[in-house]
Write a protein that binds this ligand. Structure first.
Ligand code: GLV
Length: 310
């Protein structure tokens, strides 16, 4: 029973190997690069696996994504079909995402960037914004993270909307679904939060056409995947003044290259993919629990749907 672990940095992988050895005594836990008998590997625990790494394991029972998204696993062109992929979500990750979304929605809502600029100019400039019930905040994607974010924003008092591929009902949230519901969802939406899974249907969804359907002065928060956003369209919408501000936690290339214009754009806040970055000890415990359940039962509640992509 071998568990092979791979994360993009060897330091991280070694750290995770030690962590998982402590959490799963009796299991054989190794770094993917140290696997000597690929046929003995039953589980692969990965973040952004290298193409072909997983295909070597002919007796694989499950792949574990060290995170909520599975797009980074599905991006492996040689990924063996039909092997279950277990997501790592849990209360810790969800709580972190809620904190991030609430922080940045409130920051845009209360126009903190402008207020901080006024402070820098020693300008006693009182910015009076609409009260939350008069501000429409829209959450795209109503999976565990999106639904939880919509619920909390509604509890803060925002006029909260949610949009998803198929219809969903969430108390206190006006929900819209599908292509046909998108324009109505965006109409009047002053702060847009993206929490969609990255699939072929959602790639590039944050583009000029979508921005043009938001009201002038809207703010965009992307804490899902860089692939959702057309970077140049965002820059254009900000530079034209149609959009006011953006907060970006995820990027096409990570780390964000130092020459990328997002780093220095006055209307963009960049954070380094930390919105829901799990505390590793907690993540390790969750992964160990899921592996134990999967080994005992052949499945677990966090198995994703690889065909749907989330
Ligand atoms: C982070 O981006 C995750 O997928 O959990």
């Amino acid at each position: 029973m071998t568990v092979a672990i791979y994360l993009p940095s060897q330091d991280n992988t070694d750290w995770w190997v030690k962590l998982m050895q402590g959490l799963l005594p009796g299991w054989d836990i190794v770094s993917m690069d140290a696997v000597t008998d690929p046929a003995a590997v039953h589980y692969a625990v990965v973040w952004r696996p290298r193409t072909g790494d997983i295909a070597r394991f002919s007796n694989l029972k499950a792949i574990v994504s060290v995170g909520a998204g599975i797009d980074h696993v599905l991006a492996d062109a040689e990924l063996p079909l039909g092997v279950p992929i277990i997501r790592t979500v849990g209360q810790d990750l969800t709580q972190r995402m809620l904190e991030y979304v609430t922080l940045h929605v409130l920051r845009h809502h209360r126009d903190m960037p402008r207020q901080l600029q006024a402070q820098a100019e020693r300008d006693w400039h009182s910015i009076v914004v609409p009260v939350a019930p008069n501000r429409v905040v829209g959450v795209m994607g109503l999976g565990n993270l999106g639904a939880a974010a919509a619920r909390i924003l509604s509890q803060v008092g925002f006029a909260t909307r949610g949009w998803s591929k198929s219809p969903k009902a969430i108390e206190g949230v006006d929900t819209f679904a599908g292509e046909e519901g998108l324009a109505q969802f965006l109409d009047g939406c002053g702060i847009l939060v993206n929490l969609l899974p990255l699939t072929s249907a959602t790639k590039g969804i944050l583009n000029a056409d979508l921005f043009s359907k938001l009201p002038a002065g809207a703010c965009v928060i992307n804490c899902a995947r860089g692939g959702h956003l057309v970077d140049d369209d965002l820059l254009e919408a900000l530079d034209s003044g149609h959009l006011k501000q953006a907060t970006l936690d995820v990027f096409h290339q990570e780390p964000l290259p130092s020459a990328h214009p997002f780093w220095t754009h006055p209307a963009i806040t960049v954070t380094p993919h930390i919105a829901s970055r799990i505390d590793a000890e907690t993540g390790g415990r969750l992964i160990a629990e899921n592996l134990k359940i999967f080994r005992a039962t052949g499945t677990c509640p966090d198995v994703a749907d690889a065909v749907r992509g989330y």
